[in-house]
Ligand binder design. Structure first.
Ligand code: GLY
Length: 354
């Protein structure tokens, strides 16, 4: 097990079952519980292997998908822990994508005022973003991550093997957050990412890129663990992105988070040209290359007022203005920028016409 990043306690694991066994032996918790969703139970549980510290009746399964990242699932987890006699010295392992990592982290952070938890992310999105950095939470109705707390996993195990089980859509979804990391902090990595061959995936190369991407997230988390300032850099692409994601969900054609972020990044690259001086040729090149990988959202200009309204209600806003993180150049970032509805609509129009 090699350390990838210190602040977020991330380790690369060649064998999840061996590394987990070693970790559990070393920490000696009073009880160990394992959280899976229906998907990770089916596809990833075997990677855990036989762990004498995890009895079969300590595995709690919740329904899959972000719709279930809610109070009903949280209650199930809390009741399960309580019903099985978990103490303050218990440890919860969250195995799966962003959903079980976020929700399990939140349940662990709040059960008896906080028990230790380990994340074993199994999707690319969870490996490079959701499982790292201490944001835990659940949705409240259609409001994503409205309830939550900051609580850092004691360990995050990153195993390359899980990546080979993912379909193209899920790979692309996580990859969007990697592109984001390069855009905000590593200009040198951007070209390699944007020319990655998804028809012929080189998993060794992908795993190496994942390691570098995690280090970028680690840098921002270390600089500002509770997102008072510079950690907002990680929200690049997310103001437009969350609006596209919520819009798609509302209109019964949900899209993966990373895809929405990719759409959002195209818009926010173009907005960066107008607001923070990103050179026009660079903005056009990056926008076109992301558009080639991810396409365009299923929206028209008639939807612009609804999208602006969604941006107005984004919980990242601290005033009535719509808040953006933008790029003065590739690899550099400025937080707390704003744009008017007219500017937002112009950008949307430009994207749809690309
Ligand atoms: N996903 C952005 C952050 O962790 O701050």
């Amino acid at each position: 097990m090699n350390i990838i990043s210190k602040e977020c306690h991330v380790f690369a694991s060649d064998s999840v079952s061996d590394d987990l066994a070693r970790l559990l032996d070393g920490r000696n918790p009073a009880q160990v519980f394992l959280l899976v969703d229906e998907g990770s139970r089916k596809h990833c549980l075997q990677a855990i292997g036989h762990q004498p510290n995890i009895p079969n009746d300590h595995i709690v399964t919740i329904p899959a998908s972000d719709d279930n990242k809610d109070y009903t699932s949280a209650l199930k987890i809390w009741e399960f822990l309580s019903g099985h006699g978990a103490t303050r010295k218990a440890l919860l392992i969250n195995l799966g994508g962003g959903m079980p990592c976020d929700l399990g982290g939140f349940c662990a952070a709040t059960f008896k005022r906080g028990i230790e938890f380990i994340n074993i992310p199994t999707t690319l999105l969870a490996q490079v973003d959701a499982s790292l950095g201490g944001k835990t939470g659940m949705n409240l109705g259609s409001l994503k991550n409205e309830i939550g707390s900051f609580a850092m996993a004691s360990h995050v195990l990153i195993a390359a093997d899980f990546l080979t089980t993912l379909d193209r859509e899920n790979l692309l979804s996580g990859f969007a957050e990697m592109i984001k990391h390069a855009l905000i902090h590593d200009a040198g990595e951007l070209d390699a990412l944007l020319s990655f061959d998804f028809d012929n995936v080189n998993y060794v190369r992908l795993h190496q890129m994942v390691g570098r991407s995690i280090m970028i997230k680690d840098f921002f988390v270390k600089s500002d663990p509770q997102e008072k300032g510079i950690r907002k850099a990680l929200n690049f692409g997310h103001t437009f992105g969350h609006a596209f994601e919520t819009f798609a969900m509302r209109h019964q054609r949900p899209i993966l988070h990373g895809k929405a972020v990719a759409y959002g990044m195209v818009c926010e690259v173009l907005l960066s040209r107008d607001k923070t001086g990103l050179p026009a040729d660079v903005a056009k090149d990056v926008a076109l290359r992301i558009e080639r990988l991810y396409g365009k959202p299923e929206v028209s200009m008639a939807d612009a007022p609804e999208l602006v309204e969604l941006m107005r209600h984004d919980k990242k806003n601290e005033t009535t203005d719509i808040n953006f993180t933008l790029l003065p150049s590739v690899g550099d970032v400025v937080v707390n920028q704003t744009a008017s509805p007219a500017e937002i609509e112009r950008i949307l129009n430009e994207y749809l016409a690309l």
